[in-house]
Ligand binder design. Structure first.
Ligand code: C5P
Length: 226
């Protein structure tokens, strides 16, 4: 890898497992982690709190530019996210926040306003960045670009289990519909649509264990480190 701080970009649709894999890859390498989806979720949440409509691009971009966010971990190593000094991790993972995130994420001024914040996470020894456009727009020079995918049915089932484990009750049918809507919005939008970078390695995690997917990615990293 070159002397610039290396980035591993992990992009893919909702429920593809990229959050879990990005987390594990970062922990295994001792690198920083960027959960870019959390920034769009935080913005949607902050907009609700400030009474800003989710289609008001100018106000949202201004809010994005002064977003007061902090990421840390609790005593058990669980992720915590803070907005304006308040813990919001639980609220952030709801489907409502996901829907709001994908609405504000379709606005170019919002994406521009969040670009610097995202690039600021690139610090030595390296960054693992998880999102939809990490390899295509935010870190086009990433050393490794992975596009993680899985069948729509499997993604809905995984998301269902994830939410249930957190005590969030939602029907699988409703979740499947939400995921399909979100996929459509994310893939069909004109700005930074969800698609693999030309030099991305496509990894279909359907029917594969987390360990198997993790090993594949870590082997790719080893190849690069030569
Ligand atoms: O990954 P997560 O489900 O938290 O992302 C929430 C939403 O934020 C996505 O559906 C997508 O619309 C948007 N997003 C994005 N670009 C990213 C990360 C997330 O547009 N890099």
């Amino acid at each position: 890898m070159s002397k610039v701080v290396p980035v591993i970009a992990i992009d893919g649709p909702s429920g593809s497992g990229k959050g879990t894999i990005a987390h594990r890859v970062a922990a295994s390498l001792g690198w920083h982690l960027l959960d870019s989806g959390a920034l769009y979720r935080l913005l949607a949440l902050a907009a609700g709190r400030h009474g800003i409509a989710l289609d008001d691009a100018a106000e949202l971009a201004e809010l994005a530019a002064r977003l007061d966010v902090r990421f840390d971990s609790d005593a058990n190593g669980g992720d915590r996210v803070w907005l304006d000094g308040e813990p919001v991790s639980g609220e952030l993972r709801t489907e409502e926040a996901g829907k709001g995130a994908s609405t504000v994420a379709a606005l170019q001024p919002v994406r521009d306003a969040l670009l610097g914040l995202q690039r600021g996470f690139r610090k030595p020894p390296g960054l693992v960045a998880d999102g939809r456009d990490m390899g295509t727009h935010v870190f086009p020079d990433a050393a490794l670009k992975v596009f993680l995918t899985a069948s729509a049915g499997e993604r809905a089932r995984r998301r269902h289990k994830q939410l249930n484990d957190k005590g969030i009750d939602v029907s699988l049918a409703a979740l499947s519909r939400d995921i399909e809507d979100r996929d459509r919005r994310d893939s069909e939008r004109s700005v930074a649509p969800l698609r693999p970078a030309e030099d991305a390695r496509i990894l279909d995690s359907s029917g594969k264990s987390i360990e198997a997917v993790l090993n594949t990615v870590l082997n790719w990293v080893k190849e690069l480190q030569g």
